[in-house]
Design a protein around this ligand. Structure first.
Ligand code: CUA
Length: 352
């Protein structure tokens, strides 16, 4: 019996050490995006605060329970060693056990009833305050985010900018994302900026946040939405206001005219092939809307919803082996020669 208790205490001690280790690792990972413990908006700070509150309450309760287990183990051990009641036996009723029972009852009421009420009340109040803090608020910058399979279509309705997967926002300005889907349920999650918000067909949801520092905050679709779910990422790029204004100016404009022979051949091919049926390049004959807008593709830092860094060699790989890079992608595998791919890469990378 004692061995069983000793093993249980040891096991709990190991679990406690592992929990402390996990928390340490979590904090250690805090500087790498995405991270829930490295908030960069008032909304995310509230969520992180709630997380820490619940974590430390749990650690406190765990330590307390572990302490009681140790104390009770020692008391039983002392009793079985000395002249007290043997372990496993009931004591004979007497006035001393009656007072012990009263003490036990008080202990159970305090530990089993009063303490949970206090803990749940504290956590409940903190949760309601956090829910209110992350709710939709007034905003200055409005961005429509449409969840596609498996990428993100972005529209800035006040500026006529259309983009994909990389959400530029100005630092210090309240931003509102209007979230819609015409296919299946997705979920937007940028841990540094706010909690998850589902994107549901037939319903319009909203998310507001104010980024407090320039930087790139990785986001991820947080609701299983099909084969491409794991590769349905995005990034929020918080720019200083002047950089953001420059980005808007650049992205409002039509595509640049190709300036090299290869880029010219790439443009001609794109506009006359099936690419133009799905992709738009503003100011050209490519006016498709099924796939991502490519007007300023070259200025984006990633390909295929943050699957690959946007480099000429990665773009070559994407065009040559689309399904190998992102299985299930709705962009079909098109048979292209190396020369055609080279020309397309030259053109697309020039679209800054
Ligand atoms: Cu979209 Cu998961």
């Amino acid at each position: 019996m004692e061995e069983v208790i000793a093993r249980a205490v040891l096991l709990r001690g190991v679990c406690f050490a592992l929990a402390v280790g996990a928390v340490t690792a979590l904090v250690g990972c805090g500087s790498t995006s995405p991270s829930v413990v490295d908030p960069h908006s008032p909304e995310a700070s509230h969520i992180a605060g709630l997380f820490w509150l619940m974590l430390w309450i749990s650690v406190g309760i765990y330590a307390l329970v572990l302490g009681f287990v140790v104390v009770s183990f020692r008391a039983r051990h002392a009793k079985s060693d000395g002249h007290g009641t043997e372990v496993g036996e009931w004591a004979t009723p007497s006035s001393s056990t009656a007072s012990e029972r009263r003490r036990s009852s008080r202990f159970i009421i305090a530990g089993g009833l009063a303490m949970p009420i206090v803990v749940l009340a504290v956590v409940g109040i903190a949760t309601v305050r956090t829910t209110n803090a992350v709710r939709r608020g007034p905003s200055v910058v409005k961005i429509n985010v449409e969840a596609e399979r498996w990428w993100w279509r972005l529209t800035y309705p006040d500026n006529g900018v259309v983009s994909a997967n990389e959400i530029h926002v100005p630092v210090g300005e309240p931003v509102e994302l209007t979230l819609t889907s015409d296919n299946v349920i997705h979920s937007v999650w940028v841990p540094e900026l706010n909690g998850k918000t589902d994107v549901i067909p037939g319903q319009t949801n909203h998310m507001t946040f104010t980024a407090d520092a320039a930087g790139e905050y990785r986001g991820q679709c947080a609701e299983f939405c099909g084969i491409g779910h794991a590769l349905m990422a995005f990034v929020v790029i918080a720019d200083p206001p002047a950089d953001y204004a420059r980005w808007l100016d650049t992205n409002e404009a039509h595509a640049v005219t190709p300036s090299t022979g290869a880029a010219e051949r790439g443009a001609t091919f794109l506009e006359s092939s099936s690419c133009a049926g799905c992709h738009n390049v503003a100011g050209t004959a490519a006016v498709g809307t099924f796939g991502p807008d490519l007007t300023h593709f070259g200025s984006r830092t990633t390909i295929a919803a943050v699957t690959l860094p946007n480099t000429p060699s990665n773009l070559h790989r994407w065009l040559a082996d689309t399904q190998g890079v992102k299985r299930g992608a709705l962009m079909p595998q098109i048979d292209l020669t190396d020369a055609q791919i080279g020309n397309l890469v030259a053109y697309l990378e020039s679209l800054k």
